[in-house]
Design a protein around this ligand. Structure first.
Ligand SMILES: Cc1cc2nc3c(=O)[nH]c(=O)nc-3n(C[C@H](O)[C@H](O)[C@H](O)COP(=O)(O)O)c2cc1C
Length: 373
């Protein structure tokens, strides 16, 4: 697949399925990553190697069905975030007693919607059958999660391909590995609309930290087809464009161009992640709203609440603000927002949901509004 200028990169998660001491899995994964690297670059893909031994999930210990997206354990939330961020998977797996390793089944069972509409390829290894029976079983499992197994595959017979723990596979296996990478990224690209065009009800709530003070479920979206998710790096550029559009109105209302949101770059937006939690809302693939929040002691600061101008007035801002408020940690005593002194529309929105203008410190030309818990 040729690169498209500006297209979002495909994130391929390479899952190492075996976890036992002395396993061959990491050596097979190293070989696959090494021989398919050029194909990944050609396909504009970035790789995330997830070694299930390091991921360290216990046996499934969540009380609710994963389709609810309501997870109580931090290990599940971390796994959820990581899998949700992937666009495609390559599973590097042996077969154990003609089946997939229990660790792989367990890691799959932990989640639900995070897997949906994403292709999966396999690099199997084993004795006579080269792990292929385990792969067949895994294919049956993943289709129930709306994952899409691809046709290209690598199947290594250990006796032919491994010497002293190092994989030395033949040229045909190397070709197959490249085919897996190319096919998985092509299918990931083709499935992108399905991943992005789900409805809010289709997708899990983004996973907040474990000590949020309120219910973390998303309220009923005011407009059909809104998909709320934590910011991903593929959102940065579009988020910057949306922010500029939205802050032009701020500039007009406040009669100044001296607004940081108008001057930020993609790198600035990318850096938000370090100090803020950021959520984006898409509709039919288009980024239409966003918000960010962070804790400062007992204050939960909410900022950069933005809604595409053509969708203003439909309740999206209020809905997103409500979601951001609910993500506050338990210790929160005050919610805080800033807006332009003359941003009447924003001030009216905040007041309508209980905020009042305070004398607290605010950037020049801005006004602070707070709400008590
Ligand atoms: C519990 C267990 C069951 C196995 N069952 C099979 C099998 O059904 N078919 C096969 O080809 N190899 C089987 N093997 C041999 C594995 O292919 C070989 O040990 C391989 O290195 C396992 O992958 P790992 O080292 O990453 O754990 C089995 C190995 C183990 C430990």
């Amino acid at each position: 697949m040729s690169k498209t200028l500006g297209s979002a990169r495909i994130r391929v998660m390479v899952i190492i399925a075996s976890t036992r001491p002395g396993r061959l899995g990491p050596a097979v994964a190293d070989w696959f990553v090494d021989v398919s690297r050029e194909s990944a670059e050609h396909a504009n893909a970035v790789l995330d190697v997830a070694d299930l031994a390091e991921v360290g999930l216990p046996l499934l210990d969540e009380p609710e069905h994963p389709s609810s997206g309501r997870y109580v354990h931090e290990h599940t939330k971390a796994w959820s975030r990581r899998v949700a961020a992937a666009d495609a998977f390559v599973v590097v797996t042996p077969e154990y007693n003609y089946a997939m390793p229990a660790a792989l089944k367990n890691a799959i069972d932990f989640l639900y919607q995070e897997w949906a509409w994403k292709p999966v390829g396999f690099v199997s290894y084993g004795n006579t059958s080269a792990g292929t029976r385990g792969v067949q079983m895994t294919k049956q499992v993943v289709t129930t999660l709306k994952m899409v197994p691809i046709g290209a595959t690598v199947a290594l017979r250990i006796a032919d391909s491994v010497e002293n723990g190092i994989v030395r596979a033949n040229e045909s296996a190397v070709e197959s590995a490249r085919d897996v990478m190319l096919e998985v990224t092509r299918v990931a690209e083709a499935l992108r609309p399905l991943r992005e065009q789900g409805t809010g009800a289709d997708l899990p709530d983004p996973q907040p930290s474990s000590d949020v003070r309120a219910s973390t479920t998303i309220g009923e979206p005011p407009v059909p087809g809104l998909v709320l998710a934590a910011m991903r790096d593929s959102d940065w550029a579009e988020l910057l464009v949306l922010q500029r559009c939205c802050w032009v109105q701020e500039a007009l209302s406040n009669d100044t161009l001296d607004l940081p949101a108008l001057h930020e770059t993609v790198a600035d937006v990318a850096a938000w992640d370090r100090t803020w939690q950021v959520w984006c809302v898409r509709r039919e693939g288009r980024l239409v709203a966003a918000v960010r929040a962070r804790a400062e002691g007992t204050v939960w600061e909410i900022g950069r609440l933005m809604v595409a101008p053509d969708l203003a007035g439909q309740g999206i801002g209020r809905w997103l603000l409500d979601y951001a408020e609910r993500q506050a940690p338990q210790r929160t005593t005050t919610w805080s927002v800033f807006t332009g002194q003359r941003s009447d529309r924003n001030i009216a929105l905040y007041k309508s949901v209980g905020y009042t203008v305070t004398r607290g410190p605010a950037p020049e030309g801005a006004v602070a509004l707070t709400k008590s818990a």
